[in-house]
Design a protein around this ligand. Structure first.
Ligand code: SAM
Ligand code: SF4
Length: 485
């Protein structure tokens, strides 16, 4: 475990959202040039890569899963922790050899690193031809064409309006059942540890009608679950006149305002057998209206990712999270009151933030016990240049202490996950089948409403089907059972 922390400095009890990368799979028209994309970091980045693939496809590029066959290689990058950036720099070093053998290949760095360290990338990484930030993907075909003529291309302009609403994403690495839909971009919060407001710009909400149209089209193609994505989905706010949150908040002459609860309802109404999930919820923004909308529709999954970051109010204030321990626990009580004990709750936790004492770290552990999270993504603090914390506070917790505290948080989470999963034994869960279990070709896997992975014998069941599974056993990460009925 210690090595794992060292290697990737991020631990999740579920592997869905890690610093892992995913590559493109084959999309072949047989006519195009070949594009290979590797995506790092959060789900938003994976979703952005699908937009990039769509833009490039319209300009004659097929995707490939073999980088050796590519005419263009894109790395869609993450800056959230130092380690994430180092991983990309190492990957670029590996592509150096390829570039020497195939000098005509175009290599692009996209996403948050492009935004954060564009000059450094162009100066130090000689092989990089194009550097494009998250709001400038429409410019990619032009910049790639320039690079093919020997011109380096850069566009890191951060837009106040861009949502790529009209672009129909090419579904990469798809299981044909679940899809991610970006509903907003950027973030107007200023958590002191976080680089996102600097790399992804101001908060904008995507036209709800374009979201519903995209989901209707996915449903018509057989998809059964959508996850609405944004850095802070509960802050979603759109009007026909203005999609920029800060500007919309100043206007009082708009014809209509759609908030997140309204959007959830619009999406839930697309089809009763289309499951709806969303991520991420900010504790300061999640409203009772959202919780009641979740309760009203059976197809809105009963699961909330509600990152707390720390269980101590002083540390939360330094983090500029704008809520304290009591506020957070009150939100959790509301979730339990409206949605019951079975609603899944998960979190993100940062160990060893600036000046955090042992007692304050204990507050994180005690809060975890009170909430009884189903799982968490857990990190130790990584100072990011330019953030408020980097400017105002010393990164004064030694690395070995950060790692020890993280280890304690991970151990506590593993106990809690097991405890929570045991409560599911003997109960029947509706599961949407997503694929074959990694461990056995004779077993299928899928998730229940609370986002827990359930594994069961295959029988005659198919991917995309809903089945009722009686849970008979579990580990901290997985429920096991048998299909009934
Ligand atoms: N918008 C989401 C929220 O506020 O909950 C979080 C998005 S961020 C991409 C994902 C997680 O990365 C954060 O919740 C936080 O736990 C972690 N993170 C962000 N900056 C970090 C840093 N400087 N060091 C360690 N972890 C960090
Ligand atoms: Fe970063 Fe805070 Fe925005 Fe999340 S809410 S993306 S942690 S600034």
């Amino acid at each position: 475990m210690e090595n794992l922390i060292k290697d990737i400095d991020i631990i999740g009890t579920q592997a869905a959202e890690s610093c892992d990368y995913k590559t493109t799979e084959e999309e072949n028209t047989g006519k195009g040039k070949k594009l290979y994309i590797e995506s790092y970091g959060c789900q938003m980045n994976f979703s952005d890569s699908e937009i990039v693939a769509s833009i490039m496809k319209d300009n004659g590029f097929d995707t490939t899963s073999e980088f050796e066959q590519a005419d263009v290689i894109f790395l869609n990058t993450c800056s959230i922790r130092e380690k994430a950036e180092l991983t990309v720099r190492n990957r670029l070093a590996q592509f150096n050899t390829l570039k020497r053998q195939k000098p005509d290949i175009t290599i692009g760095v996209l996403g948050c690193m492009a935004e954060r360290i564009k000059d450094q990338l162009l100066e130090e990484e000689k092989l990089v031809d194009v550097v494009v930030g998250p709001d400038a993907y429409r410019d990619l075909p032009k910049l790639v064409a320039g690079a093919e003529e020997g011109q380096k291309g850069v566009n890191t302009f951060l837009s106040r309006e861009e949502t790529y609403a009209d672009i129909s994403p090419v579904r990469l690495n798809s299981n044909g059942v679940t899809a991610m839909i970006s509903i907003m971009r950027g973030c107007d919060n200023m958590c002191s540890f976080c680089v996102v407001p600097f790399t992804r710009g101001r908060e904008r909400s995507r036209d709800p009608h374009s979201i519903v149209r995209e989901i209707q089209s996915l449903y018509a193609r057989g998809y059964k679950e959508v996850t609405l994505l944004g850095q802070n989905v509960d802050s979603y706010k759109w009007s026909p006149e203005e999609n920029n949150k800060a500007r919309l908040n100043k206007k009082n002459d708009v014809s209509e305002v759609v908030n997140f609860a309204h959007l959830l309802e619009m999406v839930a109404l697309v089809a009763p057998d289309l499951r709806v999930r969303f991520s991420t919820s900010h504790p300061k923004d999640i409203t009772d209206e959202v919780l009641h909308t979740m309760k009203k529709y059976d197809n809105i999954c009963k699961y909330i990712h509600l990152p707390v970051q720390s269980g101590n109010s002083r540390v939360l204030e330094l983090m500029n999270r704008t809520y304290d321990r009591e506020w957070y626990l009150d939100r959790v009580s509301k979730i339990r009151e409206i949605l019951g004990e079975e609603c899944g709750i998960s979190s993100d936790m940062i160990a060893g933030f600036c000046t955090e004492t042992e007692e304050e770290h204990q507050d994180t552990l005690s809060l975890m016990d009170i909430v009884a999270y189903d799982f968490s993504y857990m990190f130790y603090y990584s100072e990011r240049p330019g953030t408020l914390a980097a400017k105002k506070y010393a990164d004064d917790i030694p690395l070995d202490i950060k790692k020890r505290r993280l280890q304690e948080i991970i151990e506590r989470q593993n106990q809690l996950s097991l405890q929570r999963n045991r409560l599911d034994i003997g109960k029947v869960h509706q599961v949407l089948i997503e694929g074959t279990s990694k461990r056995s070709a004779e077993h299928l896997k899928g998730r229940n409403s609370a986002n827990k992975m359930v594994v069961f014998p295959k029988g005659n069941h198919q991917v995309g089907e809903y089945v009722d599974v009686m849970v008979t056993d579990c580990t901290a990460a997985t429920l096991f059972g048998e299909v009934i009925g």
